[in-house]
Design a protein around this ligand. Structure first.
Ligand SMILES: [Zn+2]
Length: 286
């Protein structure tokens, strides 16, 4: 199918009572793993390409591959810029064919976040591209690997969320309710009461970043309270590294068999993605 925008896919998720996973593409191996998983699970899927990963890939190479491979799938796919930090990155992504962008103004003060997010919406809307923005700040560092913890001082405020949505015209809002990028320091505790308040105040699709490390019960409750997109990357990165380590330790005949290692990594990453699609309830919804 041709790519669709985020608004389209999330509206269906809201009606169907499930969330769609947004999985990060860092190379062709991850791209194939994610799309294979979507096909096997008959699940809609969001391909995330994060601005922090731009140094590791060439957008002009990976985007045409993503568009072509997604076009062959029977399920709906979104190509989303994950954590766009600058207006320049947003323009570059939209011009290359992304169908959705996340603008991350969480480091800005409220007024400036509103101002810049509104500029992004003004650029994207006439081009049919959806916009996700962040209010409050998700813990940890985007990009995975580092241990993250959320700062309650920077959780999303429901009253501000209402004002932010009204002033910016965004399509989806990323919330900070105790979720964190990278590995969680200790057991994660999500503030579900706050999530319910934000849902009531914001009245639009909500997004949970930092999906790796949360429990099946966390996901179930989050989806019931309005989460329709869940970002997930660290768990894929960990599966890839673990698999590569296993392959390298596997005796003489496999030693240095790089193609076999890449294939094993792809299969391991695909298995993790499939697991999430089942947990998020998007499996079978393609
Ligand atoms: Zn994120």
């Amino acid at each position: 199918m041709t790519l669709v925008n985020l608004k389209t896919i999330l509206e269906k998720a809201r009606r169907g009572g499930y969330a769609v996973g947004a999985f990060n593409v860092i190379d062709l191996t991850f791209l194939e793993a994610i799309l294979d998983a979507a096909q096997k699970q008959n699940s809609p899927v969001i391909l995330n390409i994060a601005e922090v990963h731009f140094p590791f890939l060439t957008l002009e190479n990976i985007v045409p591959a993503a568009v072509m491979l997604a076009g062959r799938l029977p399920v709906e796919t979104v190509l989303n810029l994950d954590h766009g930090l600058t207006i320049e990155a947003i323009h570059r992504a939209v011009d290359l064919g992304f169908t959705s962008v996340m603008f991350d103004g969480s480091h800005l003060d409220f007024a400036e976040n509103v101002h810049q997010t509104r500029e992004v919406v003004r650029y994207c809307r006439p081009r049919g591209v959806s916009v996700e923005a962040e209010l409050g700040a998700v813990g940890g560092e985007e990009g995975g690997g580092l241990v993250g913890s959320a700062d309650p001082e920077r959780y999303t405020d429901a009253g501000q969320a209402r004002e932010f949505v009204r002033k910016t015209g965004i399509d989806a809002l990323a919330v900070a309710i105790g979720n964190s990028h990278g590995k969680y320091k200790g057991a994660p505790h999500l503030d579900f009461e706050r999530l319910a308040d934000i849902r009531e105040a914001a009245g639009l699709p909500l997004v949970l970043h930092g999906g790796s490390g949360l429990s099946a019960e966390d996901f179930r409750r989050a989806v019931l309270l309005g989460i329709v997109k869940i970002n997930f990357f660290t768990g894929m990165s960990q599966a890839a590294i673990r698999t590569a380590q296993d392959c390298l330790q596997q005796g003489d005949e496999r030693y240095n068999d790089y193609p076999a290692m890449v294939r094993s990594v792809r299969n391991a990453v695909g298995a993790v993605v499939e697991e999430q699609m089942i947990l998020f309830g998007s499996a079978g919804q393609g």
